[in-house]
Design a protein around this ligand. Sequence first.
Ligand code: FBP
Length: 346
Amino acid sequence: MSDGMNAAQIITIERHILEQQYRLGDTSGHLINILYDVALCGKIIASNVIQAGLTDTLGRAGEENVQGEQVMKMDKFADSTIFRLNDHTGRLACMASEENADVIAIPDKYPTGKYVLLYDPLDGSSNMDYNVSVGTIFAIYQRKSTDGRGTLDDCLQPGRKLVAAGYVIYGSSTMMVYTTGFGVHGFTLNRRWGEFILSHPNIRIPEKPQFYSVNTGNERFWSPGVLRYMRYLQGGEEVSVNLSCRYIGSLVADFHRNLLAGGVFCYPADRKDPKKAHGKLRLLYEAAPLALIAEQAGGYASDGRKPILDIQPTSLHQRVPLFIGNTDLVNQAEEYISKFDGPAAG
Ligand code: FBP
């Protein structure tokens, strides 16, 4: 027995990912290795997150990113860690990050490969200084172009084309949750072994939801359909559900809780703030990868009108409204929005 586990129980993330290889027909093994590299990024970032107060990694880096947000020191660390661990492997055509305005090219001295890696290096980073859970979100596509350096077009693919997606959450424990289209699986980092071990196989969103998550501070900016939907979630409509409100303000943490306990996370469009007229969260490295996880776990993700996974991206940092979690709850959001906000504009 080791750490309370007998050998037969120990399923490392490498073993689990390798078992996916045969299902994926990823003969090159490149996708498998990218997933393993992401897990290694998670371990390195986790080792810094957990002692951030002791090292000079809390606070702002004194610059603004393409989103118009203050960049945190840990954003920079996480961003450069993911780049450095993936720029030389020959598995990627290109990368894109929430922290970088443009497509990230593979340095000329290194070969390119057939996959594209998109990532939010440290989601919820503005909460880091307050010891709130944060996360890394990743999305992997096969390139569309045939060879050479990858392009913007290789990154602008609808979520239905994802070959793998997931996140690493840095909370009371560090977990990696991923899917390659064969269910959703969660691994907990055993710090003594320095290894992610399978702890949550085949995650399914519980049928009976418990929570709704939304920043009610934005209520005055919501459309009539969204306002009625929130009343429905709070038990204020004739036919209602009666959920408890939980909002951390860190997407990965809010999503992870609802994935395991049942519920819905909402970041609606914001009718007054032009910057958030299409929501706050980014389609490519927040909404789409989590939408694949949700659907693979028996849930659903929508922009209030249509499936997130069907949206054809038009720009790298495009934002979308997001309703994600139990299918029934998200379907209700679509119904309230179409009933009280009328047909979609344009
Ligand atoms: P980033 O930190 O990746 O920019 O994420 C944005 C985010 O912090 C989400 O994690 C979270 O769900 C949301 O913004 C919170 O926004 P608000 O403070 O407006 O409720």
